[in-house]
Design a protein around this ligand. Sequence first.
Ligand code: C2E
Ligand code: CA
Ligand code: CA
Ligand code: CA
Length: 280
Amino acid sequence: AKQQGRNNYQLYTSAIGTKVLERLVLENNLYKALDSHEFLLHYQPQINLENGQIVGMEALLRWQSQDLGGLVSPLQFIPLAEETGLISPIGEWVLRTACAQNRAWQLAGLPPLPIAVNLSARQFQNKNLASTIHQILKETGLDSQYLEIEITESIAIQDMNFTIEVLHHLRNQNIQIAMDDFGTGYSSLGALKHLPINKLKIDRVFVRDLVRDSNDAAIIRAIVALGHGLNLKVIAEGVENLEQLQFLKAAKCDAMQGYLFSKPLSAEAATRLYQCQYAG
Ligand code: C2E
Ligand code: CA
Ligand code: CA
Ligand code: CA
């Protein structure tokens, strides 16, 4: 009996057992997080490569968990929120908070900029998405042209006809649409011509090694040419050093986002940066 007990214990603490346990703890806490106001948004500025001005902000979700003792990465809890369906109320909270923040910036007299909000696959499948967004814009008083939705290729290809329909709904409301992580999914280039989008975001994986890897450099040049050929703006993410910045500028990429200019900032810090740029 003693021997068996010990085996059970080993099973329980094995890598898989620990993962299951972690998941349970995470899931239980995630349920409470919205009600306990444990979510917050950080904002990362997007910079025009020609003149260095801020041209937008991306809202990035953060979970400050009391019980788990700190910040939990969205990479950890978004997949779980998707599986459990919690992403719907959480995603709505993100949209409302981001729109309200952007409206507050405008009311404070700052020059109006679009705020970019990430949308998950499950949110996108929700038939009420367009009307929910419409409602949130009305409630917060934000003009629709100052909201930009970020979707990924994997969302887009799940049900192409439905995707096209929803995107047209959003575009008809004058909401901007960006294709996030471009180049990492497997949407065909043919699909791109049917999607009513405004912007391509070059994924960080191509930016990371572009100075050393001529393949990455070639891919970036090709994405910029493709985007401009389709009348889309092109922004690069994950820009961390000056060499990358100079390459992107020379490649005629429109904008960039990354630690080189700024990490994602709290609402207060983002407001200060925004005010600073436009002071005087
Ligand atoms: P993403 O949409 O591709 O966001 C960019 C990620 O890269 C962010 O990570 C950002 O903090 C990070 N980043 C920005 N600049 C740099 C840089 O120069 N170097 C490096 N190494 N990283 C940089 P974060 O905030 O941890 O978010 C991770 C992912 O979680 C996001 O990837 C997005 O897919 C998802 N996510 C974040 N917020 C939301 C949300 O509100 N809703 C949904 N559905 N997903 C979200
Ligand atoms: Ca994004
Ligand atoms: Ca991205
Ligand atoms: Ca990503």
